[in-house]
Design a protein around this ligand. Sequence first.
Ligand SMILES: [Zn+2]
Length: 335
Amino acid sequence: MKSLSRRQFHALTLSAAAMAALGPVPSVLARRRADEDGTLFDWQELPGGAWVAMGQGGNTLLVRSAGQAVLIDCKNPGLGATLRREAESFGTPVRLVVNTHHHGDHSGGNPAFTADLPLVAHAKAKPRIIAQSEEMLGRARRVLQGLEGGEKPAPKRVIDEVKSFIDSIAGVPGDAFAPTRVVEERMEADKFGDLEVQYHHIGPGHTDNDMVVFFPSLNLVHMGDLLFHRRYPVIDLAAGATTIGWQESVREIIKLCDAKTTVIPGHGEITDVNGLATQVEFFNKIREVVRHAKDVEGMTKEEVMNLTPGAFEGYEFQQMRPRTLGAVFEELEKK
Ligand SMILES: [Zn+2]
C-alpha cells in the first residue's frame, strides 16, 4: 500500500474520532475506505497483520502469516475476483479460503478461489452451496445493478470484474462454488504460516453448518453469522436454524475469549466479547417479546411480525425485523 497523503491521514483521524463517539471499537489501527484508489470494500486494519473487508456481503477477514494470506468468507456472487485482487494488494498471495456457512453473501465469491486454492467449509455446507449455485447468476446480476446504480457507481475495474464473472458463469459448474475440504468434527485445525487456525462447529444455530474461525495466537475470532452485531438476524429455519442452538454456540465461543479478544461479526462492526453476550441476550429478549405477544395478548403471526420491540431500538437491518419475529414465532409454535 502507498503511504497516506495528508488528506487521507486527516480522513483516518476523523473517522477514528467519529468511531470513538459511537463507542469503543477494539484495536482498529487504520482504514482504507471504499473508493480510495478504486477500492470497493471498506478495509479496517487489526493488529497482527489482519484486515477486515466490510460491505457488499458478510464481513471478510484477511489474516497474513509467513508471506501468505487466508481469507474467511467471500462476499456476494460476482465479487470474488475483486475480493482476491484487493486482498492481495496488501502484498501477500491468498493461499487458503474458508466459508463460515453456505449463504451466498459469504460463499458467492468462491469460484475466484476454488480452481487453485483449498477452500474449507463445514461438511453440511457443501451440498447446500452446490444446490444454490444456480441462483448465483441472478444474484450477481443484482450485485452489478447495485454497483452501477446509486449516486456513485463502483470503480470501472470492479464493474468489469463482475461482468466478466456473469459472462463466464454459463461455463462455471456448481462445483466451482463448492468447498474442496470439509470439516466434520466439533473442532478441527490447520496450520497456516506460523499460525494455528481453528474451525469450531458447535451445532445448528444460524444454519446447520455454521463454523466459527478462531486464531488463538492472535486472540481473533470470526463468528460468521452467529453474530449479527446490533442487527436483526436472519434465522434460516429452512436450513436448520435454532435460536436455542445459536445461543449455545455463542456461549461456547465466549469460553474461548477474554476481554481482549477481537470479534468479527458476520454483519456489523468489529466488536469484542460484549458483542457476543449481547447476541445471546438478544434471543432471550426477543423470545420473551414474542411469547408474551402470542400467549398473553393472543396475537397472530402476522401481528407479531408487525411489532417494533423497544428493546432493539437502534438496531440495523430493520427490513429483516418481520422475518426475524416471524421465525421466532414459528419456533415457539413448535414447542
Ligand atoms: Zn448467513
